[in-house]
Design a protein around this ligand. Structure first.
Ligand SMILES: [Zn+2]
Length: 181
């Protein structure tokens, strides 16, 4: 269902016409509603798919590992990430107090994101799940409206120099070698 919604959204984008704010918000609201109602099923479906396709999981993991190695600029060491985690008190995406701390590549590695401290943030498990492996333009629409300010500010700090249209692409400088599962 989410896939269908995203496909339809892509189709609208492909028509190369201006999308009205009302249309955008309607799609975003439907996505959030679907996500809220089906989160557990979606996770279960994903896990079942992984269990049924072990060879694809191995290939994906290997490609991801390579991608991380290729883009690692030496800043995202285990120690540096542990320090970030130790310092973080609130989720970078929603601002809620962190009970469990997770690491997230803001631009997902499978979308060409890099394994650098610049691309890494400490977030709550709920935000991490909600964001999944979406490019910014889709992720910002899935974010709860009251959290969008946090997400947008963080994105602006890290990637604000990029052209707006590039936000619809996975990552402008991406040497895209893999797909998200
Ligand atoms: Zn959060």
């Amino acid at each position: 269902m989410v896939g269908l919604l995203l496909q339809h959204y892509d189709w609208i984008l492909d028509q190369n016409r201006e999308i009205t704010d009302a249309e955008r918000e309607a799609w975003a609201a439907r996505q959030r509603e679907y996500y809220a109602q089906h989160r557990r099923q979606e996770i279960a479906r994903h896990l079942a798919w992984k269990a049924a396709h072990p060879e694809k999981v191995i290939t994906y993991d290997e490609t991801r590992r390579q991608r991380i190695q290729e883009t690692d600029d030496g800043t995202a060491t285990l120690v540096a990430i542990a320090r970030l985690k130790a310092k973080a008190t609130n989720c970078a995406y929603c601002g809620s107090r962190l009970l469990r701390k997770e690491t997230d590549h803001m631009t997902p590695v499978c979308l060409g994101g890099e394994h650098t401290l610049w691309n890494i943030v400490i977030v709550c498990p709920d935000c991490n799940l909600r964001k999944a492996k979406l490019p910014y333009a889709k992720w910002i629409e899935r974010a709860e409206p009251q959290h969008r300010g946090w997400v947008a500010t963080l994105w602006e700090e890290r990637y604000g120099h990029l052209a707006l249209e590039s936000l619809l692409l996975p990552y402008p400088g991406a040497r895209l070698a893999m797909q998200c599962m």
